[in-house]
Design a protein around this ligand. Structure first.
Ligand code: NAD
Length: 476
């Protein structure tokens, strides 16, 4: 392929699929069924703007695979939304769910607007109208298709979607399961907001904990002390940064945002940078760091670090800048930040790429927990917390009496604490990310021709999805 060939995001995802499909030995018809988007809905609807004028809004919902239902995937508000992009993101969702054993098909939604150009009132009208459009075509529901937040949307939009659905479907006892990423006070779950970033941390930590892989990169084992650069300080980027620093001992040396980027080779406190941005409206001129102006903000990807974490948008690493990337590990927190040609070049240079289909699956994992909570109509931990606590207190008392040493009140509180919802969510997420990483890495061990984590992740996903089709009796 020529270096100048422009490969779209959707083509990149298809290329990744095709590369992995060769290693599965599955028949072409079955692979084709797994590859294609099952349903694409493009809609155009009118919304009254702040000044009273009507504007026609373009929006999409794509359900990539119905091998399991409901389908699941975020809704993106961005000026760059187009059908191919939403199809690519829906496709990734199918593989992502399979990789982390979340029993959903993949979907994605997109509304072609710059959300920062609109007042909350207009955004609410757009969100509610989009929801009713989906309802009128049976494209949304707790057992049909369950959206979640993505770029440009958050808890507020999810609450509007839930409220709109509930208005029309008040008799549906499971209505709260129509959307995830809702505010905790409105049937959301503790730990959803941080989930994708926390999953990114668990995924990077696990990759760094494998001595053979770190040895190959000439790096020490473990995340502690490793230098990170993060592009994008939104939901995913900010939590990836704060948790990697506060819990994993990583050092954040650079961050990039819309207004520019900052870098300090000795690192800075990411919590303080976030506070500075909130107060001044910008990361630029953060004390002690060099500031890179807006026009050159993408160059932050090329600064010296151990781990590069693109956490903003797709296609930011391509054949153009891949040769300049200094990081030895590129951790794809965003969806599709590396083009397929960019990936070839990074792999040829011996780097490890931790792929998006695995690394940012923390969001959908905790969304799954939220959906289960909504269907069970009860928060996690409510039944067993006090029982566990009592049992552990009895055990501590027994140990005290047997050993003859008094255990301090603080130690007792630590040992005998029953789990809250947030503890269970974090524990379930950690287990999921660690398991999935090893499932993927094991594919590389079993199939020596599979030499990168993305191909291994796709092989793992394709095998799991194909077994669903086989059990449905669709394919002999
Ligand atoms: P977000 O809107 O909260 O944050 C994105 C941030 O990136 C914003 O702060 C924006 O200003 C910044 N940004 C945009 N263009 C930039 C550029 N050129 N350089 C530097 N910064 C830039 O969105 P998010 O939810 O954090 O999503 C980020 C990525 O993660 C997307 O690719 C999304 O699909 C993916 N993702 C999100 C979730 C989730 O749970 N939110 C889950 C899985 C994947």
């Amino acid at each position: 392929m020529s270096q100048q060939t422009v490969v779209s995001f959707y083509d990149s995802v298809t290329n990744f699929f095709n590369k992995a499909a060769q290693h599965t030995g599955l028949p072409e018809g079955l692979l084709e069924q797994i590859r294609v988007c099952n349903a694409v809905y493009r809609m155009l609807f009118p919304v009254k703007m702040q000044d009273g004028q009507v504007k026609v809004i373009e929006a999409y919902r794509v359900q990539h695979s119905h091998h399991r239902t409901p389908t699941k995937g975020g809704i993106r508000y961005s000026n760059h939304v187009n059908q191919e992009e939403v199809m690519a993101l829906a496709t990734l969702m199918t593989y992502k769910c399979a990789i982390v054993d979340v029993p959903f098909g993949g979907a994605k939604g997109g509304v072609k607007i710059n959300p920062w150009d609109y007042s909350p009132e207009v955004l609410e009208r757009i969100t509610r109208r989009y929801t009713t459009e989906l309802m009128s075509r049976n494209f949304i529901g707790p057992s049909i298709d369950v959206p979640a937040p993505d770029y440009g949307t958050g808890e507020r939009e999810m609450a509007w979607i839930y409220d709109t659905y509930r208005t029309f479907k008040g008799a549906d006892i499971d209505a709260a399961g129509v959307v995830t990423g809702k505010p905790v006070t409105q049937h959301g779950i503790n730990g959803r907001r941080e989930a994708t970033g926390r999953g990114v941390y668990y995924g990077i930590r696990e990759a760094c904990n494998i001595p053979e892989d770190m040895k190959r990169l000439n790096m020490t084992t473990g995340l502690k002390g490793k230098r990170l650069i993060i592009q994008g300080l939104g939901n995913v980027g900010s939590f990836s940064g704060t948790i990697s620093q506060d819990e994993g001992g990583a050092i954040i040396v650079g961050v990039g945002e819309m207004e520019g980027a900052i870098y300090n080779k000795d690192g800075f406190d990411i919590n303080d940078v976030l506070k500075f941005r909130k107060e001044t409206g910008s990361i630029l001129n953060y004390p002690g760091a060099i500031s890179i102006p807006k026009e050159q903000r993408e160059t932050i990807l090329e600064y010296d670090c151990d781990i590069l974490v693109p956490a903003a948008l797709e296609d930011v690493i391509s054949y153009k800048n891949a040769p300049n990337i200094k990081a030895k590990i590129v951790a794809e927190a965003a969806n599709g930040p590396i083009t397929s040609r960019g990936e070839e070049m990074l792999l040829e240079a011996g780097k490890i790429i931790i792929p998006d289909v695995f690394l940012n699956a923390g969001g959908v994992t905790v969304s799954y927990f939220e959906w289960l909570k909504n269907l069970s109509h009860m928060r996690f931990g409510r039944l067993e917390k006090r029982f566990d606590q009592q049992r552990l207190e009895n055990l501590v008392g027994l140990v005290e009496r047997t050993v003859g040493r008094e255990i301090s009140d603080e130690e007792k509180r630590m040992i005998a604490r029953g789990a809250d919802e947030i503890d269970l969510v974090r524990s379930g997420l950690e287990e999921t990310m660690i398991n999935a990483y090893h499932q993927i890495r094991d594919v590389m061990v079993d199939k020596p021709k599979v030499t990168d984590l993305r191909t291994a992740a796709f092989v793992s996903a394709i095998n799991k999805i194909s077994s669903d089709y086989m059990s449905l009796g669709i394919f002999p």
